[in-house]
Design a binder for this molecule. Sequence first.
Ligand code: GTP
Ligand code: MG
Length: 197
Amino acid sequence: VFRNKLEFFAAAKISSSFPPPTLPEIAFAGVSNVGKSSLLNALTRQWGIVRTSDKPGLTQSINFFRLASKLCLVDLPGYGFAYAKEEVKESWQELVKEYVSTRVGLERVCLLVHTKRGMKPLDYELVDLMERHKTPYQIVLTKTDLVFPIDVARRAMEIQESLKKNKSVVNPVMMVSSKTGAGIRNLRAPSPNPEVT
Ligand code: GTP
Ligand code: MG
């Protein structure tokens, strides 16, 4: 499905402008600058459609992309880190929370966590919210190329442990680098049968 042409089709800064949910949806959430937009590019091998930046806080609206008429990929604005006014930051967080707790057709949220930095309080807030709303989610460690493999493994274990208290079955932490492509294939096909996707 990721081989289909990626096409931007909607942006929303308020929930009333979310497009109607007609396709199954996968959303990418996380602190600013963890690499959400880059991961969308790497997953689809289509660069330049989703904009990325060195400067945290680039993605300021919820951006909806579709892969033909099969799947919708959603780039969420990052929380926490942006060079933005407090009230603007708050409104992004609220928008992300509203999206995650109300969106029909949302099959999974990939919660991206910077391998070097680990989970932040806002990440845990989002996890709690998704637990409450029974939104399936997947933790994805990003930028694994920046640390030694042993540290990637340590971070994954630390997060897995910290999430054990949650009631739902937490999927194993996945690890990717959009830069080297490591782990991207696994993320595309987390099912036991990679040939299918
Ligand atoms: P916001 O839209 O601000 O929330 O950021 P984002 O999470 O969408 O991050 P984005 O994809 O724009 O990437 C932020 C920076 O991290 C860019 O400079 C990317 O080139 C860099 N980056 C993304 N993925 C990787 C990676 O796997 N490895 C390395 N080394 N850098 C990465
Ligand atoms: Mg972005």
